[in-house]
Ligand binder design. Structure first.
Ligand code: ADP
Length: 176
């Protein structure tokens, strides 16, 4: 099975995903925020922020694991994307770190299916074309090295974001 067969692009609300873990685009405090972070905390309920309070925050480009509480997903992997400035201040490496660290934490905890949002592509301002290439390439490379991951879903909220991901995915498949 090609690694690309394990990667699915879908449009929707990530809080509804029935996977082992959904990934949250959190901030450094891990104490909740707007956008997808707020939606995940609302759907999971107050036990989620209570567990997050015990974690001591998270560095940009890193990730931390909690349970999923009221979500269908058993776990949440909270990762902190970079705020996009010039694109030359280490943003690509930090964004790749979010995807790689989330998958490493999944593997270390027996999590086999995950759903990612478009990390940093909302309030943090990362251009979707660039971000989608980094997301897809990093996930493909990490999954090649770790065949124990069964499925990675990219859950895009808007149709423009989905179209950008579809284009980047075709490019990636062409280049092998
Ligand atoms: P960041 O601060 O990392 O930019 P945001 O939450 O502002 O995070 O946005 C990240 C992406 O998540 C954006 O593309 C936004 O449209 C999307 N998003 C917002 N709510 C949801 C949701 N419920 N499910 C999936 N994606 C969502």
């Amino acid at each position: 099975m090609s690694v690309f067969d394990k990667m699915k692009l879908v449009q929707g609300d990530i809080t509804k995903e029935d996977v082992d873990a959904i990934v949250n685009a959190a901030n450094n405090s891990l104490l909740g925020g707007g956008g997808v972070d707020g939606a995940i905390h609302r759907a999971a309920g107050p036990d989620l922020v209570a567990e997050c309070r015990t974690l001591g925050g998270c560095e940009t480009g890193d990730a931390k694991l909690t349970r999923g509480y009221g979500l269908k997903a058993g776990h949440v992997i909270h990762t902190v994307g970079p705020v996009y400035k010039t694109g030359k201040s280490g943003e690509p490496e930090k964004l790749a770190g979010c995807y790689r660290r989330s998958l490493e934490i999944a593997i270390a905890n027996g999590i086999k299916s995950l759903a990612f949002p478009a990390i940093s592509c909302g309030v943090y301002g990362y251009p979707i074309q660039e971000a989608s290439r980094i997301a897809l390439r990093t996930v493909a490379d990490t999954c090649k090295a770790h065949p124990e991951i069964d499925e990675v879903r990219f859950v895009l909220f808007g149709d423009k974001d989905l179209a950008a991901y579809q284009e980047a995915f075709e490019e990636l498949k062409q280049s092998g």
